[in-house]
Design a binder for this molecule. Structure first.
Ligand code: NDP
Length: 259
């Protein structure tokens, strides 16, 4: 059996109904993992589940707003009802900066909205998953994978989008702390730092010729990333192959940071 075979495993992917999350969900299901997609939009959830039809793993979706702990709790209970267990939580749901803006003009509302989704959302999803994984470990079944989608913004000086950058840097610290705390339960915790990836979030900026002319020469592989580029890392992190790989931040950017 392949060390990347995920048969019998169950993963939650928040924000899995599009973009990078869907790219990860598709690869997980193809590797045999049962997948629960959590997103707010029921139509997008339905379409995402349909796109997984025929995969080795089964798929379902839960309408869930990760900013709301009660919504996350309900989604976790519903997922456990469907699949009986959750082995991995990909806390991927996030929002972008909504346009660059001077720090001195940043409003309380913009700051809090950003943190509510990008950081509180990870906290809610990870805590719900970790509680279940800890309980399972106590019952002799220690295995868990916590994976958050961070960003290059967490390590660059991302001017005029500092609220986004701050949430992502906090995610990097969160996974390191959880990796240390939860290792005894067989749980690993890692973050993925995407570079410039085509998705709804980046459709506006990638349609800007000036932006493309400026950024593309700085990407050694000479293309923007696709959601599918995140399938391999998702399967690796979900699999037994990554059992000794924890507390890490995986940069997936076509070489952008090396240039
Ligand atoms: P998309 O806009 O395509 O996807 C965002 C996803 O998050 C959607 O599925 C959306 O579904 C979901 N979502 C947003 N808010 C909530 C919420 N409150 N509750 C539940 N789900 C929510 O963007 P990407 O795929 O690009 O982004 C995915 C992650 O990757 C984000 O965390 C982003 O910060 C990160 N990232 C992206 C980069 C890029 O270049 N694209 C670069 C670096 C990091 P719905 O609206 O139905 O809720």
């Amino acid at each position: 059996m392949s060390i990347f075979d995920l048969s019998g495993r169950v993963a939650v992917v928040t924000g899995g109904n599009g973009g990078i999350g869907l790219g990860m969900a598709q690869a997980l299901a193809a590797a045999g993992c049962n997948v629960s997609i959590w997103g707010r939009n029921p139509d997008k959830n339905k379409a995402a589940v349909q796109s997984l039809a025929g995969a080795r793993g089964k798929a379902e979706a839960q309408v869930c707003d990760v900013t709301d702990p009660a919504s996350v709790k309900a989604a976790m209970e519903a997922t456990l009802k469907t699949f009986g267990r959750v082995d991995g939580c990909f806390a991927n749901a996030g929002i972008g900066g909504g346009g660059r803006q001077a720090f001195i003009d940043r409003t309380e509302e913009q700051w809090r909205t950003m943190f509510a989704t990008n950081l509180d959302g990870v906290f809610h999803a990870f805590q719900a998953a970790a509680r279940h994984m800890t309980e399972r470990a106590a019952n002799g079944d220690p295995f868990g994978r916590l994976v958050a989608t961070s960003s290059l913004a967490s390590i660059f000086g991302t001017a005029r989008n500092e609220h986004y950058a701050a949430t992502k840097a906090a995610i990097n610290a969160l996974v390191r702390a959880l990796a240390v705390e939860l290792a005894r339960n067989g749980v690993t915790a890692n973050a993925i730092l995407p570079g410039w990836i085509k998705s709804d979030m980046t459709a506006g900026i990638m349609g800007n010729d000036k932006f493309v002319a400026n950024v593309m020469p700085r990407i050694p592989v000479r293309r923007f990333g696709e959601p599918e580029d995140f399938g391999g890392i998702a399967v690796y992190l979900m699999s037994k192959a990554s059992s000794y790989h924890t507390a890490d931040t995986f940069v997936i950017d076509g070489g952008y940071t090396a240039f």
